[in-house]
Design a binder for this molecule. Sequence first.
Ligand code: MG
Length: 386
Amino acid sequence: MRITDILEITVPLEGDVANALVNFRTHTVSLVAVVTDARRGSRPVVGYGFNSIGRFAQGGILRERVIPRLMAAGPGELLNAAGDAFDPVGVLRAAMRDEKPGGHGDRAGAVAAIELACWDVNAKLADEPAYATIARHYGRRPADAVPVYAAGGYYYPEDSTRRLAGELRRYRDQGFAAYKIKIGGAALGDDIARIEAALAIAGPGANLAVDANGRFDFTTAAAYAEALRPYGLRWFEEAGDPLDYDLNARIVSAYGGAVATGENLFSLQDARNLIAFGGMRPGIDIFQMDPGLAYGLDEYVCMLAAMEARGFDRAQAHPHGGHLINLHIATALGLGGCEAYPGVFQPFGGYGPGCVLGDGMVIPSDAPGWGLEEKPELRHALGRLA
Ligand code: MG
């Protein structure tokens, strides 16, 4: 098998919503296609991937650095020993040729989009959903279903609290039983009113997480911690800067309840530092590293190994992202769960109509690969790529 072409386009994210720090109106995603000379019937096998959501497309890095390196690599560098599937380690090594260590930044997402597209190829070559291919590769039995929560509860320009309640009600009607909403974009008192409006639909605090998107300094985080504690929430996410591990450790100790962080870590080394210095507690706190933002699936599996080596359980891993790729990964690797963006971040957010959702659990469809072709919202972008 050879790669005959690698295509990439920039796809805008839909939605005029904001968290405590950013509005997503200007955000974009790199959607890539790895075209191979393998065939199914009359058509070449093509793998699709993207660099998760909540950041920006990386067309420049892809076109100028990553794609030329992969096109120049020999098949022996990119394939497994049998030569019948991509080897993720070889793909990453070729994509990173001449890159210095550290300072991972946006290249981590560019490389991830390609690495994930190679997994789509591998699953399509085996005529099976990606979770089956991934589980077999890493010697695991895929989960029958994955716990899922609906992430949303953004700040809208108008009528934010009433729209929040309507949004959560819609998610409940779709079969979700747990939710996450944003905090930190309003005054503490207003945020508590939002939390109470959300709890009116979510029920017990264990069904509701809150996310400050890294906005708070220690003093503000501690004030929120004090106000949040009585609600017994599912978790308090990204209270402070994601790379300030000392701050995270102080917040963990001030709050007492479960905290979550990790979605803005872009490498194994960053995750190791969080694990070693962030004050995270085995059995309690939640890790949200996202393969699409951090060099892809194989790097993510190394992060899980680093967690487990320090006494954490993979049930504490809930990757950020809320899309089909991470649903397959959570299913394959037996993670604690994954998020879904059923209402926002189209065309990537949420799952396809073939996925089964009910009682707070979700099962991916049996479509080959990630099943991105099954998602109606993605059809236009995949057509543009072709
Ligand atoms: Mg978050």
